[in-house]
Design a protein around this ligand. Structure first.
Ligand code: ASP
Length: 251
């Protein structure tokens, strides 16, 4: 089967000054993920690679570049799912980790669980040899400015909703296996401990070889209301699509 990868760099309007960087970042991620598939790597390997590339890119709201919570700190969520066996792994509210998607994959492959959060996720990361980095390394001037702006009394929440940049990828490998991965800093100025749709299986992503793979982005509380990633696949099953790789924006 011809391998395919689709990536996204988040819902909403991309302001002019970010356009070029976001475009280049998504192209780079897609090419890196596709390279993995071309070399015979699995769909899981490919989505991890693509998402990691965007986590390392400060243009996106994931990894370095994540938006800040009410306290001005980065708190990130991520998920990865293997459509071959419906295995998945996720982390939520992680702080000093460069690549939450890698940690999510380790949760999937090295634990009996599907989601680790906050302190437990950090303990697990340490046990897996994933280095902690200073939280400030994940903070960009843009995210700090966004955070400050949100504290202004005349701030328009409409603009805030539109400046998102969660990242995600879906892929099919040469053996016909599908996978998805999504990673985010969440919503700017969110409450400490707020967990969005991204690490929730069926909301932030879903992958099933029988129907396809999805990675979602947009307002997490709205996405969770309808369990959007799984809902999309349900409708694809009803339409008896042979396969689809879908990215969905819900604002
Ligand atoms: N879905 C993410 C969240 O609510 C935000 C986004 O997609 O940009 O955490």
């Amino acid at each position: 089967m011809k391998p395919v990868i689709v990536v996204h760099g988040g819902a909403g309007r991309i302001f002019k000054e970010r356009e070029e960087g976001c475009r280049a970042g998504t192209v780079r991620a897609a090419l890196q993920g596709y390279g993995v598939l071309k070399r015979g790597g699995s769909a899981v390997d490919a989505v991890e690679e693509a998402v990691q590339s965007m986590e390392d890119d400060p243009h996106f709201n994931a990894g370095c570049g994540s938006v800040l919570n009410e306290k001005g700190e980065v708190e990130m969520d991520a998920i990865i799912m293997d459509g071959k066996n419906l295995d998945s792994g996720a982390v939520s509210a992680v702080k000093c980790i460069a690549n939450p998607v890698k940690l999510a994959r380790l949760v999937m492959e090295k634990t009996k669980h599907m989601l680790l959060t906050d302190q437990g996720a950090h303990l697990f990361a340490r046990a897996m040899g994933i280095p902690e980095i200073p939280g400030e390394k994940l903070v960009t001037e843009r995210s700090r400015e966004r955070w400050r702006k949100n504290l202004e009394p005349d701030f328009n929440p409409e603009d805030f909703q539109k400046d998102l940049g969660t990242v995600g990828a879906v892929a099919i490998d040469s053996e016909g296996n599908v996978a998805c991965a999504t990673s985010t800093g969440g919503l700017s100025n969110k409450l400490i401990g707020r967990v969005g749709d991204t690490p929730c299986i069926g909301s932030g992503g879903y992958a099933d070889n029988h129907s396809g793979a999805t990675s979602t982005t947009g307002h997490g509380e709205s996405i969770m209301k309808v369990v959007l990633a799984r809902l999309i696949l349900y409708h694809m099953e009803q339409e008896s699509c042979s396969f689809g790789a879908v990215q969905c924006n819900l604002l």
